[in-house]
Ligand binder design. Structure first.
Ligand code: BTN
Length: 324
């Protein structure tokens, strides 16, 4: 589903007669012609021939459902994709759809967000047509307490998708930041609707900087953030990345639901870049010390002067360049 039904009808690049297009999008043939003209003005190349109808030859880079689906093998994740040119927050819209009964695996993608939500009440910079802003509805049969480690699983899926699409090995900074060369390229925000002992639904929101260049970031982020394009030195096919990410997400999510965090821990640990690093944590008693890894429930283990402490939630800052 998209706010561009005409583009959806022409996805795939096959000829489609004017009558068929009109039928699919529920308007008259004259209205189809007017919409075709408007799309051409927006940069789409559409061939029109009297006997055959219309054929989409190309256009500006869009995350249209048909484009993403061409790259998805997963069965449930992405079976329903809602696309918006602009939205306040894909997490907000996905939450609305979940409350109305959207099935697990329903995806919301947008070309831009006007109020992208970040962790700890921050905003997520969401320039248009450059990156991926994706939220997915999940209905896991796990206790609310086990949900925290699900965002670690999402970071693992992103790291695998980065590897598949660029050949670059990213690092995961616990709990779920994905870094390339110590700069953040992905943020994950999990929002939950739950009763005391039952998760009604979760919205897993993933923002990946794909084609942003340095000047697309606000000045205060330029030293901290990067994109796949900057690191790989080439444009990234956003729809292919999104499709691959949905495949990886479904794979690791199913393992997590079946066996908890231990079922994916080895894969997570292979990307985790904090072990051996001296850190300061904001949260969980603000410990300082050297990271010793992640516990089987997803908590961070930090060796302090008072022994090893567990941190279940918090923001980690790297402290000096000490490694041990
Ligand atoms: C973070 O602060 O690191 C988390 C950022 C999460 C951003 C993504 S973009 C798609 C989804 N929609 C939102 O409003 N936020 C998440």
């Amino acid at each position: 589903m998209t706010d561009e039904p005409l583009l959806e009808a022409l996805q795939g690049g096959e000829w489609c007669s004017g009558a068929e297009v009109a039928r699919r999008i529920g308007v008259s043939r004259t209205a189809v012609w007017k919409k075709i003209e408007m799309l051409r003005e927006r940069g789409y190349s559409i061939e029109a021939t009297a006997g055959r109808g219309y054929r989409l030859l190309g256009g500006p880079d869009r995350l249209l459902p048909g484009e993403i689906r061409r790259h998805v093998s997963a069965r449930r994740f992405g079976a329903e994709i809602v696309h918006r040119e602009e939205v306040d927050s894909t997490n907000r819209l996905a939450g609305e759809l979940a409350r109305e009964g959207a099935a697990e695996g329903t995806v919301v993608v947008a070309e831009s967000q006007t109020a992208g939500r970040g962790r700890l009440g921050r905003t997520w910079t969401s320039p248009s047509h450059l990156n991926l802003y994706l939220s997915i509805v999940l209905r896991p049969a796990v206790a609310p307490a086990d949900v925290t480690s699900l965002s670690l699983v999402a970071a693992l899926a992103v790291a695998e998708a980065v590897l598949a699409s660029t050949g670059l090995r990213s690092g995961i900074k616990w709990p779920n930041d994905v870094l390339l060369g110590e700069r953040k390229v992905c943020g994950i925000l999990t929002e939950m609707d739950a009763e005391a002992d039952r998760v009604r639904f979760l919205i897993l929101g993933i923002g990946v900087n794909l084609n942003a260049t340095t000047r697309d970031f606000p000045p205060e982020l330029r030293r901290k953030a990067s994109s796949l394009r900057i690191a790989a030195r080439r444009r990234i096919d956003r729809a292919a990345f999104a499709g691959n990410l949905l495949d990886q997400l479904e794979l690791f999510y199913d393992r997590f639901v079946g066996g908890g965090f231990p079922a994916v821990q080895e894969a997570y640990d292979a990307y985790h870049c904090l072990p051996g690093r001296r850190v300061r944590v904001d949260g969980g008693g603000n410990p300082r010390g050297v990271v010793r890894g992640v516990a089987p429930d997803g908590a961070l283990l930090v060796e302090t002067s008072d022994g090893v402490v567990r941190v279940s939630a918090g923001e980690v800052s790297l402290h000096g360049s000490y490694r041990s």
